[in-house]
Design a protein around this ligand. Sequence first.
Ligand code: SF4
Ligand code: SF4
Length: 168
Amino acid sequence: MFHPEEAPANPEEQALKFGAKDIFDLSWKSLLDAYSCTECGRCTAACPANITGKLLNPRKIMMATRDRMQDVRKNIKRNGSYVSDGKLLLHNYITTEELRACTSCNACVEECPVSISPLAIIFEMRRSLIMEESDAPAEWNAMFGNIENNFAPWKFSPDERAKWAEEL
Ligand code: SF4
Ligand code: SF4
């Protein structure tokens, strides 16, 4: 708002979009990551979600992204340009359950020998789930409400924040 000269000429024309539903919404880095993955599995071996039996597998996130890119490539080759096949990376290739299992610990990124970030894809898709589809577990929604109203994830008023120190 401090730089009106930088505002788009017609904001109505700019479709607001949050996160990624499909490969078209991902950054070129994430797409290149998907093709660069060596499938070594070091990310999955270090993933606490996977180790504790959750559905999430960061190596599979990269392979699913690559599979979707291959399917889109074949679609473009067949039709001249992309024609919707009714599928999306979100839901059809990577499920909500996988995305929600991520703790954002960054271990997969740290372990990858070729600097790939499965977490970047997970973040973008989770952003789309929550901001575009309002699809979050009830516990998260309560936390979002608290952050909005109390400026913290807890249900207490900001006025009560220093109460714990009153008797000290
Ligand atoms: S950031 Fe998510 S996907 Fe990566 S290791 Fe941690 S829990 Fe697993
Ligand atoms: S550690 Fe990196 S290269 Fe290996 S499977 Fe995971 S993302 Fe692919």
